[in-house]
Design a protein around this ligand. Structure first.
Ligand SMILES: Cc1cc2nc3c(=O)[nH]c(=O)nc-3n(C[C@H](O)[C@H](O)[C@H](O)COP(=O)(O)OP(=O)(O)OC[C@H]3O[C@@H](n4cnc5c(N)ncnc54)[C@H](O)[C@@H]3O)c2cc1C
Length: 261
């Protein structure tokens, strides 16, 4: 079974800055990590390989330094890493990102399952997984919390919904996003670290993928981030003094003074 896991490298902090000229994220000098939700996607890919055989290919679209994230994935059991990187991709929104990733998955060719994280820590839209499925013309199953079986061209899985869980069946190939309830990501093994050290990563540019320039970057993105700011905390708080009885009576007075709008 050929499993493709999409991961994104994100700033390790929420204190992110936007370059006011280009409206893109300032990544220079900011430590990057593998998007936390993607660590469950990587782990699930490796576990499915251990259950059903096959190989796990990690795919990421990002700046050249995203190769570090691919090596970290090989340390925990992935087999190959593909970095899709090109200056033309800078500022790509989810529509453009899903386009690039779907072109890369088409170039990989033989795939049975594409796994994504639930959402990223920075864009946080959850739109890329369904976007990839739409472009590849295959089903998307969101928030998978357990994979029961993959055989006879179908995947049987359990996914999280507001009311609890739902058991679904989908033809493969399909795309699934996983929830953090699905597994506990393993730590890197010594053997994994050795393998990652000598691993040859594949790097594809826009030209390698036959990308149409007007579909990527700021030009190919109907949405762009205008501003990032932490919302102001308007609520005031007041500590009530005295014994608990005094605090309760003071609280009752305050509540009775409040106007119900
Ligand atoms: C603060 C901020 C707000 C943003 N808001 C928007 C917005 O409202 N609309 C919009 O279109 N764009 C937005 N963007 C841009 C958006 O982050 C990028 O388009 C990004 O590449 C994908 O969107 P996402 O981060 O929301 O990913 P999500 O859709 O949340 O990611 C879901 C999953 O898709 C996979 N994935 C996502 N990105 C990649 C990648 N580069 N390589 C490989 N796999 C990947 C991962 O498995 C991930 O867990 C925003 C960016 C920032 C920094």
């Amino acid at each position: 079974m050929n499993i493709v896991v999409c991961i994104k490298q994100v700033p390790s902090t929420t204190e992110v800055k936007i370059n006011s000229e280009t409206n893109t994220l300032v990544r220079e000098g900011v430590e990057s990590i593998i998007n936390p939700f993607d660590t469950y996607a990587i782990e699930e890919g490796v576990r499915l390989k251990e259950r059903f055989g096959g190989k796990v290919t990690i795919l990421t679209m990002g700046p050249p330094q995203a190769d570090i994230a691919l090596k970290e994935c090989i340390e925990v059991g992935a087999d190959e890493g593909i970095l899709v990187s090109d200056r033309a991709f800078a500022g790509s929104d989810t529509l453009a990102t899903s386009y690039v990733l779907s072109k890369a998955i088409e170039k990989i060719g033989d795939y049975d399952l594409v796994i994504s994280g639930k959402q990223t820590m920075d864009g946080d839209t959850g739109q890329v997984g369904p976007g990839i499925a739409q472009r590849l013309g295959i089903p998307f199953v969101a928030y998978v919390s357990r994979v029961d079986d993959i055989s006879d061209g179908k995947m049987k899985a359990e996914r999280m919904i507001d009311e609890g869980h739902e058991v679904v069946e989908a033809p493969v190939p399909c795309v699934m996003s996983v929830s953090k309830e699905i597994n506990v990501p393993r730590l890197p093994s010594l053997r994994g670290k050795m393998k990652a050290k000598s691993a040859q990563l594949t790097v594809w540019s826009a030209q390698d993928l036959g990308i149409e320039d007007n579909k990527v970057g700021l030009a190919g993105s109907p949405t762009f981030v205008m501003q990032i700011f932490s919302p102001k905390r308007e609520r005031q708080s007041e500590m009530l003094e005295g014994s608990s009885a005094e605090q309760v009576s003071a609280l009752c007075d305050k509540l009775s003074e409040m106007k119900v709008v």
